[in-house]
Design a protein around this ligand. Sequence first.
Ligand code: ADP
Ligand code: MG
Length: 385
Amino acid sequence: MTDVADRATAGFRREFGAPPAGQWAAPGRVNLIGEHTDYNDGFVLPFALPLRTVAAADRQEGARWTVWSELSGETIDFGADEVDEPGRVAGWGAYVAGVVWALREAGHDVPGARLAITSDVPLGAGLSSSAALEAAVLTALVDLGGLDLPAERQPRLAQRAENHYVGAPTGIMDQSASIRCRDGHALFLDCRSEGVEHIPFDLRGAGLAMLVVDSHAPHRHADGEYAARRKSCEAGAERLGVPALRDVTVDQLDTALARLDDPETRRRVRHVVTEDQRVLDTVALLRAGRVREIGPLLTASHVSMRDDFEITVPEIDTAVEAALAAGALGARMTGGGFGGCVLALVEADAADPVADAVTAAYAEQGFRAPDHLTVLPSPGAVRLT
Ligand code: ADP
Ligand code: MG
């Protein structure tokens, strides 16, 4: 298969009979650590993947947007009327129309455009193909129209597109990661202030690699379980008299837990409070260049998600256990849970044996074979040409 950017330009030429004015790329992401902390006003630490979505694009006359995606094979076309009424453009086009809508809503004079979209971010695997699509389209439109929208304000806008136009209740992490991540860094995001810091994450320099395993676990009841976890966290915060669980520190945890009589709420609160601390501890280690030492924090995060937050599934636990048994320095589920991907921190030359061990463990359990890839922290959204 040719490069994702070449395919976007070739697609543009074929669909629109002319070369594009430029190419914009935006990556998928994984969250290194900090799960279900976002809606508790806490901390997350994603990094961008080398897998990207590319928009080859040019302006066109009037307020019209014509979009081809290689993944669906179709070309869709919509005007301002459809954009201005969330819901009118459905399916994958909603992510594109949503970006145009959010820009217009914020008062920007969005140029009409033709776009050809290609991607090597797998869809629905928890690697955030949706934010990659939004970010690729957003950066293309901002540049084509010369819009006054600095990078720090773009994630909020892309999030609005997904929340209000697509109708998916996501936090700010995915869009922040896709737009703002830097090569060789993780993005430390404070979900309360929306402040970000770029934390050096030099896997290669430390002789390490990150293995991403797509568990292929079917997302069982994920939406309902997500809502239930949010509710538990809100109930816990209310009972403890704090605006959000972010406001409970690890030092205060025992006292706080003693005030909660429901054992389930206690477990949920313990996960969130300890997970916030694990993010802070990971950031401190990375800042000190002690990359290899984050392994135990990743594994502790997994145990907390498995036992306290109860959001893992057999496929995921099997992958984590097999990776650790095969010598991974740390491993955890990444993403909201009930499926998705597992991260394993490994010695650079151990990525293949660890992946093989996970595949063998899956076969033994009779699970559908997992996919895997090895990644390094990669750049956020950029204009390529
Ligand atoms: P994730 O973000 O974890 O991959 P989501 O369900 O949030 O999963 O988003 C996946 C959806 O995003 C797809 O079903 C599709 O509608 C849309 N999408 C993402 N990338 C593309 C693409 N390159 N072309 C068309 N649609 C895409
Ligand atoms: Mg998504």
